[in-house]
Write a protein that binds this ligand. Structure first.
Ligand SMILES: Cc1cc2nc3c(=O)[nH]c(=O)nc-3n(C[C@H](O)[C@H](O)[C@H](O)COP(=O)(O)OP(=O)(O)OC[C@H]3O[C@@H](n4cnc5c(N)ncnc54)[C@H](O)[C@@H]3O)c2cc1C
Length: 422
């Protein structure tokens, strides 16, 4: 299994796998990305919010100008309750950029995939599609990944970004234990909605249901969360009928002043219904296999953090691997495992903290308890409003990591970037 230089095998060409490819390329670390689907580029997907600690690293990678061109421009966040009462309205997105020097970008998943895919200079040779991973073997100096079609890929480290795998004490296995989902989410896209002002991020709260919607005047992205009657511990593959029934049931839910979920029907171009499990894995690595992205952390999408969390983990992983390989180009398993243990320890704690906020926020927004409802719709706007929330969120953003091995001058807003220790 010995090869001359270090080579990472990334499993999954979703946003996390592709982001890792870009980060490892910047670190001059050889890699291959294996994707089970025939194509990486998809036509549909959720709107993913990229916060300034993510856009700062995109700038470091030279992808920022392109990123800004494909994002949905947003100024204001307006929150209403299900009766139409305005909870808060602030120029949150303008403030975020003023505070941190980088924008928060609302990014359709297909555009994000395209950005990261095209960011890889020689993507044709770096990504192998139709490559379904079946098994991984390890020995003292390498890994061997067996594909369903009988091919074998050899390398030094496997980075699992495929959601299907989990780490256990004995090794890495196909996921048996799914995190529990208490919420389902219908998300989708629509053509321009004339009744709803553009550049506003709308959020509505109500009993058991919360919604978000944003439009740039040409297209619109939306999400509707509903609390499940019973928690579930399995993946959802919804049929068209189930999706339509969900949409029908949600018809009278107010999403913006005078605009109900049923009004989406005439504009909607695409939609999908999923369960949104919540949980952070206990174990993130085993010897020469490490996990990143949704494989280790799942949260509902209401606080727009899932990918940002994965991206920060990917940045730390790239920094750690770069540091190890600088002093030892062919590290032994123990050397690699020590770096991966640091990665797990640091990112698990940070991810758990963000996951907790997300757990709390979705329950408060869906009025799952009185204290939550009072906090989110009365205390929070009265004390802070979105402006205060942006400041609070900024404390986390300013602790974000960037790539250690590329010299880069930060743009600075009102809130300085903090120095991080690893
Ligand atoms: C409605 C919604 C809104 C969201 N909004 C935000 C947001 O605003 N901000 C944010 O940060 N995050 C958001 N997220 C979360 C974000 O989309 C996810 O965190 C992100 O897509 C996870 O990327 P990933 O690459 O880890 O996993 P995935 O996107 O699931 O990619 C995994 C890849 O691995 C491949 N794969 C799986 N098994 C195998 C195998 N055996 N062999 C080879 N390949 C395999 C799959 O085909 C897939 O391409 C949102 C999610 C949803 C659903």
């Amino acid at each position: 299994m010995t090869s001359d230089s270090f080579r990472a095998i990334i499993v999954g060409a979703g946003p996390t796998g592709l982001a890792l490819g870009n980060l490892l390329a910047a670190a001059n670390i050889d890699f291959i990305i294996l994707e089970r689907h025939r194509s990486v580029i998809t036509e549909s997907g959720a709107c993913i919010m990229l916060w300034p600690h993510t856009t700062r690293v995109l700038d470091q990678l030279g992808l920022m100008d392109k990123a800004v061109r494909s994002a949905l421009p947003l100024d204001t966040k307006t929150v209403i309750d299900c009766n139409g009462k305005q909870v808060s309205s602030d120029p949150a997105f303008r403030l975020i950029e003023q505070n941190h020097g980088y924008p928060a970008l609302a990014y359709p998943r297909p555009e994000l995939i395209k950005l990261l895919y095209e960011g890889l200079e020689d993507h044709m040779s770096k990504i192998k599609t139709s490559s379904y991973i079946q098994d991984i073997d390890m020995d003292v100096d390498g890994v061997q990944v067996r594909l369903k079609d009988g091919n074998v890929e050899r390398g030094s480290l496997v980075i699992g970004c495929d959601v299907e795998r989990e780490a256990t004490k004995d090794g890495i296995a196909v996921r048996e234990h799914r995190h529990i989902a208490e919420f389902e989410c219908l998300f989708g896209s629509a053509t321009s909605i004339s009744e709803v002002p553009a550049r506003v991020f709308w959020e509505s709260h109500g009993p058991g249901v919360a919604t978000q919607m944003a439009s740039d005047g040409l297209t619109c992205r939306f999400s509707i969360w509903k609390r499940l009657a019973e928690p579930v511990e399995r993946k959802r593959t919804s049929t068209e009928n189930e999706t339509e029934r969900f949409m029908e049931k949600m018809g009278e839910v107010l999403m913006a002043p005078g605009f109900y979920a049923k009004d989406l029907n005439k504009y909607c171009t695409w939609k999908r219904l999923v369960y949104q499990p919540e949980g952070v894995a206990e174990q993130w690595y085993h010897d020469r296999i490490v996990l990143c992205g949704e494989s280790v952390a799942q949260m509902t999408s209401i606080n727009g953090m899932g990918f940002n969390v994965a991206f920060q983990s990917a940045v730390l992983l790239a920094n750690k691997l770069h540091a190890v390989l600088k002093s030892d180009p062919k590290p032994r398993t123990e050397t690699l495992a020590a770096a991966l243990a640091d990665y797990e320890e640091t990112r698990k704690t940070e991810t758990q903290a963000i996951s907790k906020i997300s757990v709390y926020y979705i329950r408060a927004a869906t009025w799952s308890s009185w204290p939550g409802r009072v906090f989110i719709d009365y205390i929070l706007p009265w004390f802070w409003g979105e402006t205060g929330l942006v400041r609070k969120l900024g404390e986390g953003i300013s602790k974000g990591r960037k790539l250690d091995f590329i010299h880069y001058e930060d743009k600075v807003g009102k809130v300085p970037w903090e120095r991080y220790s690893n």
